[in-house]
Each structure stands twice: as structure tokens, then as C-alpha cells.
Design a protein around this ligand. Structure first.
Ligand SMILES: Nc1ncnc2c1ncn2[C@@H]1O[C@H](COP(=O)(O)OP(=O)(O)OP(=O)(O)O)[C@@H](O)[C@H]1O
Ligand SMILES: [Mg+2]
Length: 267
């Protein structure tokens, strides 16, 4: 049997999905196949409304595909699993809990062997890693948008999930805060490896964070193009300004243009 490394820790296998809505059926995914190796980091880009968030919901077990299958760690995904952590565009922290208690929340839900002291130490450690030490006792509304997003990343990672799903977590932030958080992501990844799946509209973000970028076609989305990055793993911001990075950016722009042109033309 092939290892997860060869097969992919996340595997999306020939998945098709149609939503039934009051105004009729919307076919969102069409025979989509892709995989992310263990400890790899892949990004998904594609036109708005093509089905990217639907893919994250399938991987997280929040939605079942009509056809095809989704696999995590060689197990078919049929319901939400604690091995997955998620962060979204809107961090949704609980205002009545401190930042520390917000980060500790998954440890109250996901089964684990940690006692209260260990849980708190784990949360404090992550908050320090993302530069939020000193803010543990603050309420979410006392933090900036970028700080809230850092706290949300800590919450997504506190139970040491195998898989981190990020659905446009940096989209609402200003350019400088976003670049800061990109570097934070690399730091988190090098401290505690996980398998990452990032949805983004920001092509530079995809190039900076991912090892591999999947371009989805317009709806119904299928895999249109895969861009394997020359430089994988740890990167610094200068890597975005190399001739190779410019070339990759151009290729991705061209692919997005094709995806948008073909939108709605396929059945
Ligand atoms: N629960 C649902 N019921 C009905 N239709 C849905 C549902 N979820 C998503 N859709 C539809 O499926 C399509 C794809 O939605 P999805 O959120 O996956 O797109 P997306 O690629 O993430 O878009 P964006 O880039 O704007 O976030 C859209 O047309 C959306 O209206
Ligand atoms: Mg979306």
C-alpha cells in the first residue's frame, strides 16, 4: 500500500456536487480531483463563486459530496473530525471570553489528555508564537483585526490538528498586516508541521504560502491548472520579487483569466 506521503494526506477524488436551491439546481463541482501531501501546503484559487469554500466544507466533513469521495489520513470523510482546524475571513471570537479562553476553546471540545494547566500553557505558548503575549486577558473587541486573526489562528491550531483549512483568513486585513501574518504562518508551520489548505483570491499570498497552487475553473469547478512552486516551505518576502515569482504570478493571472472566460460555458 502506498504511504500517505505518496497518496496525499488530503485526497479529493473525482468529486461532483450540486446544490438544490429555491431557484433550481446549482452544479458547483465537477469531477474535481486533487491531493495535498502530509505536511504540504496547497492553495486553491479560482473565480468568485466557483466552489472553493464548498471544497473546504467537504474536506472538513461539514458537507457530503453527491459523487466521489474525500479522504483524510486514508479515512473516508463522512463527518467532522477533530484532526481538522479551520480559520475563516471573519475570526468569530466569543466576546464574553478572554483571548486566552477563546484560544483554549477547542481543548474543551476535542478529546485530549491535557489538564487545565497544560491547556493554558499550550494556548499561552501559541499566543506568544504569534506575538500576542500580553493580550491573553483582553476581550476580542480590544484587539485590532490583525490581532484577532492571529488569535483565531492559535485557536485553529491549539488542539494540534493534522490539517489546517484556511478560507481567506487574511482577506479583510491591510497589506502590511497581511504580510506580517503570512510570515507568522511560516513560523507556525515550521514550529508545528501541519498539512495546509488555503483558499485565497490573493495570488501573491498563494505563491508566498503554498508549495502547490490549484487553479479551479469557473463553476462547476474542476481542476484547470496545477502550479508547483520552485521554492517550497519557508520563504521570505524577497522571494516574491524574483523573476521566477513574477513568471508564476503571470501564469496564474492568465489561468484565472481563462477560468473566468469559461465561466458558465460548461455544463
Ligand atoms: N449551502 C448552499 N446552498 C445553496 N447554494 C450554495 C450553498 N453553498 C454554496 N452555494 C452556491 O455554490 C456556489 C459556490 O459557492 P462557494 O461558497 O463554494 O464559492 P467560492 O468559490 O468560495 O466563492 P467566493 O470566492 O466568493 O468565496 C455559489 O453559487 C453559491 O451560491
Ligand atoms: Mg468562498
Amino acid at each position: 500500500m502506498k504511504s500517505q506521503e505518496e497518496n496525499g494526506l488530503i485526497r479529493i477524488n473525482n468529486v461532483s456536487h450540486t446544490f438544490n436551491t429555491s431557484s433550481g439546481k446549482i452544479r458547483v463541482l465537477d469531477k474535481l480531483t486533487m491531493s495535498v501531501p502530509k505536511n504540504g501546503f496547497s492553495a486553491i484559487v479560482g473565480p468568485s463563486g466557483c466552489g472553493k469554500s464548498t471544497v473546504t466544507r467537504l474536506v472538513a466533513g461539514l458537507l457530503q459530496a453527491d459523487e466521489g469521495s474525500v479522504w483524510l489520513q486514508d479515512q473516508k470523510v463522512t463527518s467532522p473530525r477533530p484532526v481538522v482546524g479551520m480559520a475563516f475571513q471573519n475570526p468569530v471570537l466569543l466576546e464574553w471570553r478572554s483571548i486566552l479562553k477563546n484560544v483554549m476553546l477547542p481543548l474543551e471540545i476535542v478529546p485530549n489528555n491535557l489538564n487545565m494547566f497544560e491547556r493554558e500553557a499550550r494556548a499561552r505558548n501559541l499566543l506568544e508564537l504569534v506575538g500576542l503575549n500580553g493580550f491573553e486577558e483582553k476581550r476580542p473587541s480590544e484587539l485590532s483585526g490583525g490581532m484577532r486573526q492571529r488569535a483565531s489562528l492559535c485557536r485553529a491550531l491549539v488542539h494540534r490538528p493534522e490539517v489546517l483549512i484556511l478560507d481567506e483568513p487574511f482577506a479583510a486585513l491591510d497589506a502590511f498586516t497581511r504580510e506580517d501574518l503570512w510570515q507568522t504562518m511560516h513560523r507556525l508551520r515550521s514550529e508545528e508541521p501541519f498539512t495546509g489548505l488555503l483558499i485565497t483570491h490573493d495570488l501573491r499570498e498563494a505563491i508566498f504560502l503554498a508549495d502547490e497552487i490549484f487553479v479551479l475553473s469557473g463553476r462547476p469547478a474542476t481542476l484547470q491548472h496545477t502550479e508547483v512552486l520552485a521554492k517550497r516551505g519557508q520563504k521570505n518576502l524577497d522571494d516574491l520579487y524574483t523573476p521566477e515569482a513574477s513568471q508564476t504570478l503571470n501564469t496564474l493571472r492568465e489561468q484565472i483569466k481563462i477560468a473566468r472566460q469559461n465561466e458558465g460555458r460548461r455544463i
